[in-house]
Ligand binder design. Structure first.
Ligand code: ADP
Ligand code: MG
Length: 358
């Protein structure tokens, strides 16, 4: 009998973990940690997370006190950018120059890091929230002091991420690097399987292995990176399945969700088989249309959340075995969208075209 998996968090990631467990009869129980009522847990349940930070409630205390709770140290270190960046430095993993913004910080201290900085709240930021831009000559805001880190603004060429997993036996496996399009700090689209990113793969895998080994981590972890002049700098880590790995639902076997379930329940792990190129387009604060289902290779994942401006309410995966077919599908889907919404798909189309003609 496989153990049941309780998830701290009941958003779309927990929902998709549950969907991934269903075919194998693995029971996945997403739990809202903000509620007080305890969950009925069994002694051999495995507890894992879909978010890094949660409120202190009787339920969250119950879940984290359970002996099956995995990755307590990793989650604790990664949820605070101060300890996260310190970990990267300690492991000699490349990252943007930074400093802790202490309670007595002045603009002179900030200027030591760089002329242009990104100030990031240590805890709780996501989708670019809890961040400020700072330039030499501008004042430091009081609300940053003791609450933020300051990071050098990196004039990166592009953003990529590595999604991998480590098993109980220490085995690490990875997907190919994903190319990500962020706008205003939020992920709009990803392309998985690009050949031109292969030269960066070994460095990325080496770093993420080092991090997962140091944390004695089990499960899927994601590492977001900047690419600058053909080299990587790690931006941040996520001790969980990640939005930039959603394309694996369509273009890889197993998907990142099944890979995580395999890792945490000690089932066989191997390097996922990846079938060519895939595109993921995030539905941000917008509805979808059943017309899109006429596009071959187009899968809609709807999270059944209320639509609010900018909110991630679903994603669309596009995958077809042949590059020309994938290009045709992207073009077909883009034509069904209002002009203002097409740019992430056009970006993906351009990337695929460049990769296949290289
Ligand atoms: P979040 O937790 O909100 O994803 P990130 O640290 O990943 O926070 O920042 C969101 C986005 O903001 C990044 O994907 C990147 O586009 C931009 N960004 C973050 N840090 C820097 C930096 N040091 N230099 C340039 N851009 C940055
Ligand atoms: Mg990020």
């Amino acid at each position: 009998m496989l153990p049941r998996i309780a998830i701290i968090g009941n958003g779309q990631l927990g929902r998709m973990l549950k969907q991934a467990g269903a075919p194998m009869g693995i029971e996945v129980l997403p739990c809202d940690p903000s509620l007080d009522e305890p969950v009925e847990l069994k002694p051999d349940d495995v507890i894992t997370v879909e978010q890094e930070l949660w409120p202190d409630t009787p339920r969250s205390r119950q879940l984290t006190a359970h002996p099956g709770f995995l990755n307590a140290r990793a989650t604790q270190l990664i949820r605070d950018r101060l300890s996260e960046k310190s970990l990267l430095d300690h492991l000699k993993v490349g990252t943007a120059p930074w400093c802790n913004v202490t309670p007595d910080h002045t603009t002179e201290h900030l200027a030591l890091v760089g002329d242009k900085l990104v100030i990031k709240r240590r805890q709780g930021g996501y989708d670019g929230r809890g961040q400020w831009r700072w330039k030499q000559g501008e004042p430091a805001l009081d609300e940053w002091l003791g609450e933020c880190i300051a990071e050098k603004m990196i004039p990166f060429d592009e953003e990529v991420s590595l999604v991998g997993a480590r098993g109980h036996d220490g085995k690490c496996v990875f997907y190919p690097l994903t190319l990500n399009l962020h706008q205003q700090g939020i992920l709009h689209a990803s392309v998985g399987g690009l050949k031109r990113l292969q030269p960066l793969q070994a460095q990325a895998e080496e770093w993420l292995t080092r991090i997962m080994v140091e944390l004695d981590y089990v499960g899927v972890m994601a590492m977001e990176c900047f690419v600058v002049d053909g080299t990587l700098l790690v931006n941040e880590l996520a001790p969980r399945v990640h939005n930039s790995g959603h394309w694996t639902q369509a273009g890889a076997n197993p998907s990142q969700f099944q890979l995580h379930l395999r890792a945490v329940t000690d089932l066989p792990l191997f390097t996922p088989a990846v079938d060519g190129l895939s595109v993921m387009w995030n539905l941000l604060g917008r509805d979808w249309s059943t017309d899109w289902l006429a596009v071959p290779g187009c899968d809609v994942h709807w999270y059944e959340k209320d639509i609010r401006p900018g909110r991630k309410v679903g994603h669309v995966n596009l995958h077809r075995g042949a590059v020309a077919d994938l290009q045709a599908s992207i073009t077909q889907l883009a034509a069904l969208l209002p002009e203002d919404d097409r740019s992430p798909l056009h970006w993906a189309l351009h990337e695929i075209q460049a990769d296949s003609s290289a």
